[in-house]
Ligand binder design. Sequence first.
Ligand code: GTP
Ligand code: MG
Length: 190
Amino acid sequence: MNVTKAELIITAGNQSQFPTTEVPEIAFAGKSNVGKSSLINSLINRKALARTSSQPGKTQTINFYNIQDTYNFVDLPGYGYARVSKTQRESWGKLIEGYLSTREVLKHIVLLVDIRHEPSENDKMMYDWISHYHQNVVVVATKMDKLKRSQVQKHVAIIKKGLQLKEGDIVIPFSATTKQGKDEIWNVLD
Ligand code: GTP
Ligand code: MG
């Protein structure tokens, strides 16, 4: 898809701020700092519409983006970030859960994992949760530029095994640095 229009609708800190919408939504989930905001920017050819940071915990609200009046992209706060208070973690958890469990227009959840690492307990929980409520899960294994080419397939296999991926679910290696994998992701979403 050639995106010429992409704009922030709202940064929602609580459920009452979720926008009313008719268009389907695609949400991006994954641990803090894995590259969710960077993936969104890559898909829409923008450098910094979604704010990114080398510090984990950058996105703390649920950010809704209007993409071409055709979809909303939804940038979720990352999980598994230890350096915040328990209260704060719980309130993010509630916010994310509130979104994922009630949003009728939510059509796809893209789960991001770091291609270099074995999936964490949180990643597994998230995968199980998504595959329970949604049909097919698209897993994006990001930061592939950090691996040698010859290592990519081995790591994809580790991720499939770690998440216990079901038939029909796919892992797409991706890099926000080189944009490798971008077309495959669009093909699945479009
Ligand atoms: P939170 O909002 O904190 O949950 O993080 P996020 O998942 O939105 O991550 P973000 O996109 O902010 O990226 C985190 C860091 O990883 C930034 O420094 C990015 O530049 C870097 N990064 C993201 N994707 C890639 C990638 O594919 N390759 C490399 N080398 N770095 C990446
Ligand atoms: Mg972010």
